[in-house]
Structure formats: C-alpha cells, structure tokens
Design a protein around this ligand. Sequence first.
Ligand code: GDP
Length: 294
Amino acid sequence: MFDKLRQKLSRTRELFSRIEQLFQSTRPQEEILEELYELLILADVGVKTTDRIMAGIKDRARKSGSPDWKELLRQELVALLSRQPAAASTSWPAVWMLVGVNGGGKTTSAAKLAYRYQAEGKKVMLAAADTFRAAAQEQLQLWGKRLNLPVIQGQSGADPASVVFDAIQSFKARNYDLLLVDTAGRLHTYANLMAELEKIKKVISREIPGAPQEILLVLDSTIGQNAIVQAREFNRFSGITGVFLTKLDGTARGGSVLAVVEELGLPVKFIGVGESEKDLIEFSPESFVEALLS
Ligand code: GDP
C-alpha cells in the first residue's frame, strides 16, 4: 500500500524531492527556509497553512536546538495531519453519504468504498440519490453491475429523499451492512441543494438511529486551493465527518491535503488515486508524509 501511495503521488513527490535537495544544500538557512516556503506554496499547501508550517518548524528548531529541517518538517506535517482522527467509522449496519460538486468524483468514490468494504466481507448497497442527472444514475448502475451489488434508484426527477427512503427499506429487509448514498452536486441551485441534503440526512437518521455514520465531502485535489473554497461552501451543510480527496494521482497539488485539514478542520479519511475501484487508499498521516518525504 505504501509503495502504491509513493508511486501514485509521484507528481507531488517531485516537488517534495526538491525540498529534500534543498535541505542537503549548504546554502544559508534563511535562503533554505525561503525556498521551502515557495515549494510548499507550489504544492498547493496554501498561504495560511504554509505560514503555520513555517512557524511550526522554526519553533521546533528553537526548542530542539537542532536545525534538522527534514525531520522537523516531517514532525510538523504529521502533527498537523493528526489533529483530526482519520479513521472511518467501523459501526455496522451503516449508511454513508457522499456529497460534493459534480465531477469531483462522488460516484467513482462510492464504487471504491463499495469495493473496499466488499473485500472485507460486508454486504454493500448503493443508492442513486442524484435523480436529476440520468448519466449519474447510469454510471452508478454500471458500477453496480461491475461490482455485483444492488443499486437502488428512483424515477428520473423523483424526490431524492424518497429514493433514499426506499433504499433503506430494502437495505434493512435484506440485512445489508453498508448503504452508500450518492447525492446530487449542482451548485447553481445552492440553497435547494443544501435543503435536499438535509432532508436526505433526516430520512436516514429517522430510519436508522445513529446513521449516517459518515458524511464524506468528495473534493477534487487537482483544483488546488479552489477545493478549499468549495469545501467551505459545503461545510455549511451540517454534519460532514470527513473528506474523500480524489485525483491525487497525476497532480502536483497533493499539498492541498494539508490545507484541507488545517483550514477546514476536517479530517481526510480516504484518498482517490486513479479511476479504478481499486484506487482507494485509507488516509494515514504518517504514511502520507513518509511517502512525500522519503
Ligand atoms: P461525480 O460527478 O462527482 O460523481 O464524479 P465522477 O465519479 O463521475 O468522476 C468524475 C471523473 O473523475 C471521472 O472521469 C472519474 O473517472 C474521475 N475520477 C474520480 N476519481 C478519480 C481519481 O481518484 N483519480 C483520477 N485520475 N480520476 C478520478
């Protein structure tokens, strides 16, 4: 898993390997720190989070009396990412919602989660609560066939909450373990969207006490700092439990993980590193930082 992470993060690692080279240089410390700042910004860590990291490593250097910048940076990044618990819920039966703008990777991420928990022996069901986009429902159906699991969908234009209600009845009757609810992600009817998500959530918690155990905000890491803007908007919808950060393969903007955790106070729980159902990695601060810096 670690090797896969290293390989998939290769573009972001290119930037971080420049940090390594930098630490090996004999240039004055001030210059090294200045360039470190620039490289973190290039990796899309964002100004605010970069400032925090720089202050953090200087503080650590002062306290430890040893300017081993690579080690201090490693410690600082792990500490930053560990502030929020990254482990996903392990309570079953469970209903998890996926929210986020269209194109971010919700449907693909639902399929990845389904595959991940099926492999653990869980009975997984999908609900297509984006009833306005026929393509979204079709795509989920295709994943359902491929992974051999049921996909509950409604009539085109049906009330998404009623589709979720039906899905839950089937979920309970068939004794399934995990229901993954793929939701709509239109932004132009923003107030409606938020109201719709609240309604879906209410139906879920009424039908299954304690659910939804996870409401994962699916964010596209390739849009860099815009992911933060998007996340802030979605964070107004109550109860987001964590982030599924997608498309970390092939982007040099892997630093956005740090910005998401630091600026939104939301844990990253899963990362997507490709288009196949197998391309999911459970986020671990230590492994992530190790993959970037080793
Ligand atoms: P949705 O509209 O939010 O449901 O997004 P989709 O699941 O349809 O994904 C949009 C596009 O992003 C598709 O072409 C996916 O194959 C692609 N995609 C999703 N996750 C990843 C990922 O982790 N890596 C890569 N490279 N592509 C991804």
